[in-house]
Structures are given as structure tokens and as C-alpha cells.
Design a protein around this ligand. Structure first.
Ligand SMILES: Cc1cc2nc3c(=O)[nH]c(=O)nc-3n(C[C@H](O)[C@H](O)[C@H](O)COP(=O)(O)OP(=O)(O)OC[C@H]3O[C@@H](n4cnc5c(N)ncnc54)[C@H](O)[C@@H]3O)c2cc1C
Length: 461
């Protein structure tokens, strides 16, 4: 653990309207905690900013004093990239708020909000912005990396619904970036992560989403190969209103799962249909006919219900290790690899997900935003999770073995938000592929000294 120097600086405290926390303050351990309990970092100070002026003051203070700077949005990054040892942390968790303009179908979101905040506010107007599958995830980190969730096939990635950002740059200045203003910066923040500055406010498009038909279908583990073959073909031809991500799971010992399935290792698909129950029924008919599944769970519900359906299982404070890839196709060898390693699922919370990134995601060009792998079919993530620190090595080894076996069948890079903190520069380069050099140039323009480097870092050109 790093020794903390100069824990409190009176100068910065005086320029902030929000709190400046140091190691001896009450609430310090909660403030420095990140979602993944494998990560334990001891920053120097935490500036809990309440407005843009606070963010400017903290950025200027870090730069002028040569301090390492980190930016914490929702704190969900599996590599804990919101917090760093010995860093001044800009904590955005007090900057939460959502304003919906129903006439313009636009949603203004403060930089430290969570997706639960957004879903709650937009649902009242029958609108939604595509995001991820856990409502406690931060809007900041998820959006800046791309954003893959239940509405991806119909409405694209989160960044495909981003209209503008307000940002504080490394020199402390404030800018707005959109297609019409600072377009190079707007291109880069749509996938390039927190490399370019602190986003204090996001402006999103809202899409017509209200009641959906959502839930899982589960099959016995022995059916995995057939389910994957069926899923591969089915999802390629399914209407875009229907999203479905493949998953291995150990069935939680709780409602709504029937007792006979509790703690069984199974495979399944989590569906979300944005439309009427009758249309969902028709779209899902081949799924019912195939198999049939041991559990057929899709049912009508408000969109925020599926958005938060897994929050209770994936609470903050679990041990968490994941590895990812983009996937273009599922050849037989890859299917056999999934069969082998899925059967070795080590704990109740561990899983493997294949998130479709086709449909609307594919209709945006590979260099229209910094998110390069537009032509892949899935973002795959292998996730070892358990509450017990004693199982840390078990879940890590399972994840690594599984990933090693499947990586040769992948497209090369991985979704940047599914990388750990220590995967190295080559992995970041593989993730951005042909967009990397352009990102490095934009980084060179807006952050030439790499002040924002606690992230999947893009070195300034
Ligand atoms: C349980 C779980 C489920 C997930 N599910 C999905 C999913 O379905 N789809 C998906 O796409 N991703 C998913 N993710 C990945 C998620 O997108 C990333 O972990 C993301 O980094 C989380 O963002 P955050 O703001 O909560 O994290 P933080 O740890 O706070 O930040 C992550 C990174 O983003 C930067 N950052 C955050 N906010 C800002 C800001 N306002 N301005 C500038 N930089 C900022 C930070 O500096 C840091 O580098 C999931 C993660 C978890 C743990």
C-alpha cells in the first residue's frame, strides 16, 4: 500500500464548494471503495465535486502540483480505474441529476449519475437511452467506453445516442463537444474512455421505450452446443426490437426460479423485446419451439425492471475478475470451447455473456466514432465473481483458462469497458485497432501531458 503524503491541502479545500476528504476523515474508506472488492487503493485526497467550478479547481490543482489525477464516475470499473494510489480523485458522485425534454426527446444527465437515475427519469416520459444491464453502473464510464445493453440491436450503443458533452479539459478550460462543435473531441469521447477530460454533463437522445417483454430462457448445460448453434442463427435474423444475450449461469436459489433448478449450472439467453406482448410472443416463437427451454421467463414489465433485475445479485463489494474479446463468428471449435469451460463455472456469480452488437450498432461506420469493432457480432465477457476473497485465485484462473481457449477464435480486441486495469498497451491498441492513431492525435491536442492517465490509456501523439 502506498504511503500517503500531504494528506490535506488547504488551498484546494478553499476553492471547492464540495468536500475535500483525506485519510483521517470519516467516511474515507467508503469514499475510496470501488465496486470490485479485489481492488484496494489508497488515494491522497478525494475532491467530492458538486459543480463544474469544483471540477475545474481540482483539475487545475492536480496539474499545477504535478499530482496523479483520477476521475470516479459510478465506481463500477472492474479494474477500479476511478481510483488510484496516491492520486487526487475527482469524485463525481455528488453530481447526479437528469432532466428530460419530452418534446425534443432529449435527456440531459449530470456527469456522476447512474443508469438507474436515467431510467427512472426517462421512463416517466416513455423514453429510454440504451445503456448496460446493471442500474448502479455509472453513466460516465459506461458511455465513454461505448455502452452495450438490452436496446443495442434496435437503438445502437449508448454513444450512438449521445448528442453532446460538456467537459473540463486538462488545462482547466470548459468546452462543449458535439457533431458541430469540437467535432474531433466528440469523435474521440465516443469510445475513447476518460482520456480527454472530465465530462460534467451528457446530452442523450431518448427513444420510445416503455413496457417491454423481458426475461431469461434457460436450458440444461448438456444442451449448450445446440443452444449456441440455434442462438447464432436465430439472433442474426431476429427483428431488431428483440435483443438477447447468451449466458452461462448457476441458477440463484431464490424466486422467481423454480426450486428444482436452484444452483444448477445452465445456459440461457436473456431477452428484451421492445414492443407489445403479442409481437414479442411471435418473435420468440422459435425460441419456445427449440428445446423447449427448462424455464421460459420473458414477461411484460416496465423497462426499468429489466434494467435493475440483476442488481440484487451483483452488489458492490464482490471479488471480480473478467476478460473479454469481440467475436465475429461462432465456429464449431469455439462452441466446443464454450461447452468445456462453461461446465466448469466455478461459483454462483460467475458467468460468460455474449452481447449482440449487430443491428443498429453495425449501421454506424467503424471510423464514425472511436468504437472500432462495429462489424463484430458479439462482445464476449468471461466473468469470475464471488463474495469470498479466498476464492480470488479460483475465479481468476477459471477466467484466464477459458479466455485462453476462446481468444484464438476472437476478432482480436475487446470492449474497452470489459478490460481489467493491467492488460497493457498492446491490448488497448488492439481494442482501438485502426482508430488508435487518430485517438492518439486527439489526445495529443487536448491532453498533451497525459494528465488523464488513470484509464485504458491512449498515449498522446
Ligand atoms: C456489474 C457490472 C455490469 C456491467 N454491465 C455492463 C453492460 O451491460 N454494458 C456495458 O457497456 N458495460 C457494462 N459494464 C462495464 C462498465 O461500462 C464499466 O465498468 C464502466 O467503466 C463503469 O463506469 P463507472 O462510471 O461506473 O466507473 P468508474 O470506475 O467510476 O470509471 C471508469 C472509468 O471511466 C472514467 N470516467 C467515469 N466517469 C467519467 C466522467 N464523467 N468523465 C470522464 N471520465 C469518467 C474514469 O476515470 C475511469 O477511467 C458493467 C460493469 C459491471 C461492474
Amino acid at each position: 500500500m502506498t504511503v500517503v503524503k500531504d494528506p490535506i491541502s488547504p488551498d484546494l479545500a478553499e476553492s471547492l464548494r464540495g468536500e475535500l476528504l483525506g485519510p483521517s476523515d470519516g467516511g474515507w474508506d467508503e469514499a475510496r471503495a470501488v465496486y470490485n472488492a479485489m481492488i484496494d487503493r489508497q488515494p491522497r485526497q478525494i475532491a467530492r465535486c458538486v459543480d463544474v467550478a469544483d471540477v475545474m479547481a481540482a483539475v487545475n490543482f492536480a496539474r499545477e502540483n504535478g499530482l496523479l489525477l483520477s476521475v470516479r464516475g459510478g465506481g463500477h470499473n472492474a479494474g477500479g480505474l476511478g481510483i488510484a494510489d496516491d492520486a487526487l480523485v475527482i469524485d463525481l458522485s455528488a453530481m447526479r441529476g437528469v432532466r428530460v425534454d419530452p418534446a425534443a426527446r432529449e435527456v440531459r444527465v449530470a456527469g456522476g449519475s447512474t443508469w438507474g437515475d436515467v431510467d427512472h427519469a426517462t421512463h416517466a416520459f416513455g423514453l429510454a437511452t440504451p445503456s448496460g444491464i446493471i442500474s448502479t453502473t455509472g453513466v460516465g464510464g459506461l458511455t465513454l467506453g461505448g455502452g452495450i445493453g438490452h436496446l443495442a440491436r434496435q437503438f445502437g450503443l449508448t454513444i450512438d445516442n449521445l448528442l453532446a458533452v460538456d467537459m473540463v479539459l486538462a488545462d482547466g478550460s470548459f468546452v462543449t463537444a458535439s457533431e458541430d462543435e469540437n467535432a474531433d473531441l466528440f469523435w474521440a469521447v465516443r469510445g475513447g474512455g476518460g482520456n480527454f477530460g472530465v465530462v460534467t454533463s451528457f446530452l442523450f437522445r431518448g427513444n420510445p421505450v416503455s413496457e417491454v417483454v423481458a426475461g431469461p430462457t434457460l436450458w440444461p448445460l448438456e444442451a449448450t452446443a445446440d443452444v449456441l448453434r440455434f442462438y447464432d442463427e436465430f439472433i442474426a435474423n431476429a427483428p431488431e426490437e428483440l435483443n438477447g444475450f447468451f449466458a452461462f449461469l448457476m441458477v440463484p436459489p431464490a424466486d422467481p426460479f423454480p426450486e428444482e433448478l436452484h444452483m444448477q449450472k445452465m445456459c440461457g439467453v436473456v431477452w428484451c423485446y421492445n414492443g407489445s406482448p403479442a409481437d414479442a410472443d411471435e418473435a420468440l416463437a422459435p425460441v419456445r419451439d427449440f428445446g423447449p427451454p427448462s424455464l421460459y421467463g420473458p414477461q411484460p414489465m416496465p423497462f426499468p425492471a429489466i434494467q435493475s433485475a440483476f442488481d440484487g445479485l451483483y452488489t458492490p463489494g464482490l471479488q471480480w475478475y473478467w476478460k473479454a474479446d469481440f467475436v465475429d463468428e461462432l465456429p464449431e471449435e469455439a462452441i466446443l470451447g464454450h461447452v468445456e469451460h462453461g461446465a466448469k463455472l466455478p461459483t454462483l456469480h460467475s458467468t460468460m455473456h455474449l452481447y449482440p452488437i449487430d443491428g443498429a450498432v453495425n449501421r454506424v461506420g467503424e471510423d464514425d466514432t472511436a468504437f472500432t469493432y462495429r462489424n463484430s457480432r458479439w462482445a464476449q465477457v468471461i466473468v469470475g465473481v464471488d463474495p469470498d476473497p479466498a476464492n480470488r485465485d479460483t475465479i481468476t484462473e477459471w477466467t484466464r483458462d477459458y479466455w485462453e481457449a476462446l481468444h484464438p477464435h476472437s476478432a482480436g480486441g475487446a470492449y474497452v469497458n470489459f478490460l481489467m486495469h493491467d492488460e497493457g498497451e498492446d491490448r488497448v491498441k488492439a481494442t482501438y485497432g485502426k482508430n488508435y492513431d487518430r485517438l492518439a492525435k486527439v489526445k495529443g491536442r487536448y491532453d498533451p501531458d497525459n494528465l488523464f492517465r488513470v484509464n485504458q490509456n491512449i498515449a498522446p501523439a
